[in-house]
Design a protein around this ligand. Structure first.
Ligand SMILES: CC(C)(COP(=O)(O)OP(=O)(O)OC[C@H]1O[C@@H](n2cnc3c(N)ncnc32)[C@H](O)[C@@H]1OP(=O)(O)O)[C@@H](O)C(=O)NCCC(=O)NCCS
Length: 118
């Protein structure tokens, strides 16, 4: 289940986001999480099963576009479909009103999900 980020999830969210190749630098990561906390166009969600297993973050663009900018799963739970479930949940949430796309940091996985219909 996709749940909206809140401040009490900060540590786990930062841990998950740090698996993104472009979020290895702590200052960059801190800036990213602050942006999700303060910018209404940046929306971060966590994937909850028994525990919080993954995170997916989007930015709402001016042109009615939603850009998937972060997607990450706890390494212990990878290759079990969690990433694909998060992408599906974002499509369910936004596709009626927005065109959904990836950026250069997420396009590998987003393309794979679209191509093979994982
Ligand atoms: C990308 C990520 C979120 C996928 O999560 P997941 O829960 O393991 O994904 P799923 O189980 O739904 O799908 C697994 C499939 O995606 C593929 N995959 C994983 N990472 C991928 C990538 N960067 N690009 C393309 N395909 C990828 C796997 O090889 C696997 O394919 P297979 O079924 O043909 O073996 C996870 O690997 C992760 O957190 N990676 C580190 C963060 C990151 O690099 N994010 C950006 C990715 S572009």
């Amino acid at each position: 289940m996709l749940i909206r980020y809140k401040k009490s999830f900060e540590k786990i969210a930062m841990g998950l986001l740090s698996f993104m190749p472009d979020e290895k630098d702590v200052r960059k990561l801190t800036h990213t999480i602050k942006e999700y906390e303060t910018n209404p166009d940046w929306q971060l969600f966590l994937w909850k099963e028994e525990e919080l297993l993954g995170a997916i973050g989007v930015r709402i663009d001016d042109e009615n576009k939603v850009v998937i900018q972060h997607i990450t799963v706890n390494p212990s739970y990878r290759n079990q479909g969690v990433g694909k479930k998060m992408i599906d949940a974002i499509y369910t949430q936004y596709s009626q009103d927005y065109v959904i796309c990836a950026n250069e940091n997420t396009e590998g996985f987003v393309k794979k999900c679209n191509e093979v219909g994982l």
